[in-house]
Structures are given as C-alpha cells and as structure tokens.
Ligand binder design. Structure first.
Ligand code: GTP
Ligand code: MG
Length: 195
C-alpha cells in the first residue's frame, strides 16, 4: 500500500469539498498535538508530507492523501485545546464531527492517544460519536519513546478501560513512535488489509 507514491490530494474545509467516496478510506483523529500528522509521515516514509508542528492546532483542514490509488489516508484537525481563535476552532470541530459521522467509505478511524496521558474525556466524546455512527475505530498510542515502562502501563490501563466502554472499538491497541519507528510496520499492514 505505501510502497508506491503517496500524494497530497486536497485540503477540505467543508463537507461539500470532500472527494468522491469511491475508495476505502482511513483517518487519523486525536487531540491537538497528539502526533497525527507525524504518524502519517512515518507511515508514508515522507518527512514533510503532512505538516507537523509543536503548536497544537497545526492541521486546520481535512487533508486527503492518496496511497497508490487504493486508499485515501486522511489527516484530521485535532480536538481539544488548540492555538487558534475560538470561532475558527469551532468551525473545524463541527466539520470534523460531520466528517466522522457521515463518510460512507470510512473503513476505520484510528484514534490517537498520547502515551504520556492515556485516553481523556475528549477522546471518549469522539469515541461515543464513532459508536453512534457505527464507524469501527482502533486506538493508537503515540510517542511511546517519551515514556518509561511504568508510565506506559498506566496509560495503557486507562485506555483499555475506556475502550471497553465503546462497542465500535477494536480491543487491540497499536503502540507507536513516529520518532523511532515502533509500530509503523504493524499499522501499515492493518491499513493494507482493509479494502
Ligand atoms: P495538530 O495538527 O495540531 O492537531 O497536531 P498533530 O496531532 O498532527 O501532531 P503533530 O504530528 O504535528 O506532532 C506534534 C508534535 O509532537 C511535533 O512536535 C512532533 O514532532 C511531536 N511528535 C509526534 N510524534 C512523535 C513521536 O512519536 N515521538 C516524539 N518524541 N515526538 C513526536
Ligand atoms: Mg496535524
């Protein structure tokens, strides 16, 4: 899947701008700064395909990438705190929710959880939305290079407990580091297996 070229297709700011729903699609959701854009870069082996930054609220559009013509890979704006004006944030949050509940070809949503924090209340709100919309989702721990074993175990426990409350959740979590490459092959294989 990611062996061929992955290209940026378009940034979408309204539901009317979505590309035709004509192929399988996966998306990356999560709190601002959790590492969505970095993970897409790691998956595609392209350092700056999706723009990543230290400022929460970097990604403000729904960005579509095409992977070897077989899937759309979608980078979403974050939820939770963002370094942007309230009105702007509200607009993109509304779009995010519309997208997550109204995209027929969305095969799986990856919900990214920071390994330092575990699942939070805002994550749980998105998970509930995905339950209601019957979008299967899988949790992905990010930045595992930033925690020790004890911290990781604690976040995992909290996250597993949260997932257990959500019928649309896959029980298996993927542990990743975009920095070090952990879990990237696993995630590629999962995406390649969806059609
Ligand atoms: P928004 O678009 O603002 O919602 O953020 P995002 O979720 O796309 O996060 P982004 O990929 O921009 O990464 C945020 C910050 O975390 C950047 O400074 C990244 O370099 C850093 N980061 C992302 N993934 C990892 C990781 O696996 N390990 C470490 N150490 N840092 C990471
Ligand atoms: Mg981003």
């Amino acid at each position: 899947l990611f062996a061929g070229e992955v290209e940026f297709l378009k940034g979408v700011v309204a539901m009317s701008g979505l590309p035709p729903a004509d192929r399988a699609e996966v998306c990356f959701a999560g709190r601002s700064n959790v590492g969505k854009s970095s993970l897409i870069n790691a998956l595609t082996g392209r350092k700056a395909l999706a723009r990543a930054s230290n400022t929460p609220g970097r990604t403000q559009e729904i960005n579509f990438f095409t992977a070897a013509d077989s899937h759309y890979v979608v980078d979403l704006p974050g939820y939770g705190f963002a370094n942007a004006p309230v009105a702007v944030v509200e607009k993109w949050q509304r779009l995010l929710k519309q997208y997550l509940s109204g995209r027929p070809t969305l095969r799986r949503a990856f919900v990214l959880i920071d390994a330092r924090h575990g699942a939070k209340k805002v994550d749980e709100e998105i998970m509930s939305l995905l339950d209601r919309s019957a979008v299967p989702f899988q949790a992905v721990m990010t930045k595992i290079d930033k925690v020790n074993k004890t911290e990781l175990e604690r976040s995992l426990a909290v996250t597993r407990e949260t997932l257990a409350r959500h019928p649309a959740a896959y029980p298996e979590l993927v542990l990743t580091s975009s920095e070090k490459g952990d879990g990237i092959e696993t995630l590629r294989a999962i995406i390649a297996g969806l059609s």
